[in-house]
Design a protein around this ligand. Structure first.
Ligand code: FES
Ligand SMILES: [Fe+2]
Length: 371
């Protein structure tokens, strides 16, 4: 892996965390929605969920309902799920339609978002030609659907650089995979507390025994700050206490553990055995974040090995973090806590918190004038 590419190197030292109020303020949460979530690439499922012309899904992105639909030309597009007549929501949930008819006054849009039907248009002298739903940028990352509400943002591949190439290389079959399983939880914690927890392995040996003793080789675990993404990579554990039946082959890409967090709210992850999954964090309020873990497999029915991994993940690494982040969030409201400490070591070892500093710096860069 190009672990050196675009790496941001935090010098050895002790740094101050963000102050506690940035984890609890409803005003800052609204600003984050505008400044961070609405300007970044957000995971919105996988292309396999809308395989046919007219297949659609509505996804919540940066506080907006976004309609993802496959056109009759085979192209997947994203739109605000809002009728351009007077603003009613166009559709709900998922399904397949040739014509999207608004429930309010029955304006109808085709699968490419173009307005086709507007009752009384002729009589009023209204010409529907050239009118369409407001489009949102959509790009595919090896089959994963990413959308960005910012029309001026750089493209996803340009934003991610080596991370996009590595995801292709290490999960080559991801674009033909299908959805197989979801684990989800509503966490009583700010999204930054959750993302920070995800991006350090200082707590792994303390809390995630199954992960450190049965999946990864902790001594080889490294986390790299690339600014727009954070790479975690590790060799797999070779002992006979493996948490599920993967083949350990130190030379095989599919035997590695890797996780690419795509700033700010999603991650693509490879488990030893070549198994791919994604994390998506949906900030609900300053104090609440929904986390969704989706497993993308060759077949919708997991193999025995995959089922064992999914079960292991849900009951250990995934759920072991819930009480941690909720405890931290409660403390963010206390008079007894303001800023804490970030410990960065020289080697940026598996215990180093350099990416917590990276998140802090990135956050300050995007939010400084509002703090
Ligand atoms: S708001 Fe949709 S048809 Fe009037
Ligand atoms: Fe954890």
């Amino acid at each position: 892996m190009e672990v050196k590419a675009r790496e941001i190197v935090a010098p050895r030292g002790v740094y101050e965390t963000l102050p506690s109020r940035v984890y609890t303020s409803p005003d800052l949460f609204s600003t984050e929605q505008e400044r961070i979530f609405a300007r970044s690439w957000q995971l919105a499922g996988h292309q396999s969920q809308t395989p046919n012309s007219g297949d659609f899904r509505v996804e919540r992105v940066a506080g907006e309902d976004i309609l993802i639909v496959r056109g009759d030309d085979g192209v997947l597009r994203a739109f605000y799920n809002i009728c351009i007549h007077r603003g009613h929501a166009l559709v709900e949930g998922s399904g397949c339609r040739k014509l999207f008819t608004c429930p309010y006054h029955a304006w109808g849009y085709d699968t490419r978002g173009r307005l086709r039907v507007a009752p009384n248009a002729d009589e009023a002298g209204f010409d529907p030609t050239g009118k369409a739903l407001k489009q949102v940028r959509l790009e595919l990352l090896n089959g994963l659907v990413y959308v960005n509400l910012d029309t001026d943002a750089p493209g996803l591949a340009d934003t991610l650089g080596p991370t996009a190439r590595e995801i292709q290389e290490y999960l080559p079959n991801l674009n033909t995979c299908v959805w197989a399983h979801r684990s989800e939880e509503m966490l009583q914690a700010n999204w930054k507390v959750v993302i920070e927890n995800f991006n350090e392995c200082y707590h792994c040996a303390v809390v995630h025994k199954s992960f450190t003793e049965g999946i990864v080789d902790p001594a080889s675990y490294r986390i790299v700050d690339r600014g727009d993404s954070f790479l975690h990579c590790s060799l797999s554990q070779s002992n006979d206490r493996r948490a599920y039946a993967y083949d350990h082959d130190a030379d095989e890409k599919s035997s590695m553990f890797a996780s690419w967090l795509i700033w700010p709210l999603s991650a693509v992850q490879l488990y030893p055995g070549g198994v791919g999954m994604t994390f998506r964090w949906i900030p609900i309020s300053a104090d609440q974040t929904k986390v969704e873990v989706d497993w993308w497999l060759t077949d919708a029915t997991p193999t025995e090995m995959e089922a064992a991994l999914i079960e292991n993940h849900a009951t250990t690494t995934f759920s072991e973090d819930f009480p941690l982040v909720e405890s931290v969030q409660r403390s963010m409201h206390s008079r007894g806590f303001d800023t804490g400490f970030i410990l960065v070591d020289e080697q940026r070892s598996q215990m180093s918190e350099h990416v917590i500093k990276g998140i802090r710096d990135r956050y300050l860069q995007e939010m400084e004038s509002y703090l």
